[in-house]
Design a protein around this ligand. Structure first.
Ligand SMILES: NC(=O)c1ccc[n+]([C@@H]2O[C@H](COP(=O)([O-])OP(=O)(O)OC[C@H]3O[C@@H](n4cnc5c(N)ncnc54)[C@H](OP(=O)(O)O)[C@@H]3O)[C@@H](O)[C@H]2O)c1
Length: 336
């Protein structure tokens, strides 16, 4: 079987030479383990931080270690009472065609409920990213009918779901921010957004004033930095801000982080700003999956996927994330 290892710790952006494809044998399993065959592997911005050992929630990596990552797999052999042959699971597979998974909390293994829908959704709409959009909108921002909502990184994996979720929950106006005409077209025509702002081509802050003359009630932020500060300048009384990510600052040193000037407005406007991490809400994942699956069946969510084929594509799939070329969830299909 094939697997990708880290050849070199990246400096700055990831490059093809930071990875090496290896051939190895399919492992045997012991009591308490399952052997799974990988069907889909997701790629996510956080993977670069796995390679530089900058996250608290993933095991440190050294050169030669198999790349970390989650995906969807089918159980092919089981010596673990919890899973049987044929089960479809989401877990920490790493970048490999087969994986041995233990019944251990580290793996955050999650058996999918809605396998009548496309199994690829287990990398996006019905994965941690989809759950993140529902957690952020409903349980952190408590969106309600009539709210005027802004989403940054709106064409990415989380953002492409966040707009659907806000509309399904009855929000009046949902505006997304993305880079480029094509992505903004997607937001309006495909992803249920009421309007789109192209932050690369348009005057972002003037557009915010045009779309939100009465102020912003809810901000679901994937980007952070200066944008967050400018949104704080425009929030309404009792606004809610979910800090989902801060992708604009992942690749720059801390001394270059934007220093916010408008934090005082949280107090001034009796607003709430909260960071959150989907891994802390494991007990709710099944409920999140079932709610999102129901909205997919009802046509309220139409997941957007960006699928490459073959394990060989993994490095390119990750590299392209940082170039912003993906629309929806970027993933690689290995098998079905
Ligand atoms: N809190 C949680 O539990 C949780 C869970 C999952 C993900 N996240 C976070 O959520 C964010 C989105 O994740 P995702 O998986 O949806 O990512 P994604 O699919 O890779 O989308 C990210 C998008 O961000 C935009 N972007 C990239 N660099 C940027 C920059 N410098 N400034 C502004 N925009 C930039 C790009 O779109 P454009 O071309 O439009 O710029 C890119 O397509 C990340 O920050 C991630 O870490 C948080």
């Amino acid at each position: 079987m094939k697997q990708w290892v880290m050849a070199k710790r990246p400096i700055g952006l990831v490059k093809p030479t930071d990875f090496r494809l290896e051939e190895t044998s399919i492992p045997e399993i012991e009591e308490g383990q399952v052997l799974v065959k990988t069907l889909y592997l997701g790629v996510a911005p956080v993977m670069l931080r796995y390679m530089t050992n900058e996250t608290e929630f993933e095991r440190p990596m050294n050169n030669g270690d198999v790349m970390h990552g989650r995906g969807v797999a089918r159980v092919v052999k089981s010596k673990c009472g919890k899973f049987k042959e044929g089960d479809i699971i989401q877990t920490k597979l790493r970048w490999r065609e087969y994986a041995v998974i233990e019944d251990d909390p580290y793996y955050m293994t999650y058996k999918m409920n809605n396998t009548d829908l496309s199994l690829s959704y287990g990398c996006g709409a019905l994965s941690m990213n989809g759950f993140t959009s529902l957690l952020g909108m409903r349980d952190i921002c408590h969106v309600k009918k009539g709210d005027q909502v802004l989403v940054s990184g709106a064409a990415g994996s989380v953002g492409s779901m966040a707009g659907f979720v806000a509309k399904a929950l009855g929000c009046k106006k949902v505006i997304g921010i993305a880079g480029g005409k094509q992505k903004c077209h997607l937001l309006k025509e495909r992803l249920g957004y009421d309007g789109a702002i192209d932050y690369k081509e348009e005057g972002l802050y003037e557009k915010l004033d045009q779309y939100f003359p009465d102020g912003i009630d809810v901000f679901f932020d994937n980007v952070g930095g200066e944008l967050l500060d400018e949104v704080l300048a425009r929030i309404n009384r009792r606004a809610r801000i979910a800090i989902c990510g801060r992708i604009s600052e992942y690749l720059i040193p801390p001394e270059q982080y934007h220093r916010p000037r408008n934090l005082y407005r949280i107090g001034l406007k009796d607003a709430k700003m909260e960071g959150f991490f989907i891994y802390d809400y494991q007990g709710r994942h099944s409920e999140y999956e079932n709610q999102l699956a129901q909205w997919i069946r009802e046509g309220k969510i139409n997941p957007l996927e960006d699928i490459a084929v073959g394990i060989e594509e993994m490095p390119n799939a990750l590299i392209s994330l940082y170039k912003g070329t993906n629309g929806g969830t970027r993933m690689v299909k290995l098998d079905s």
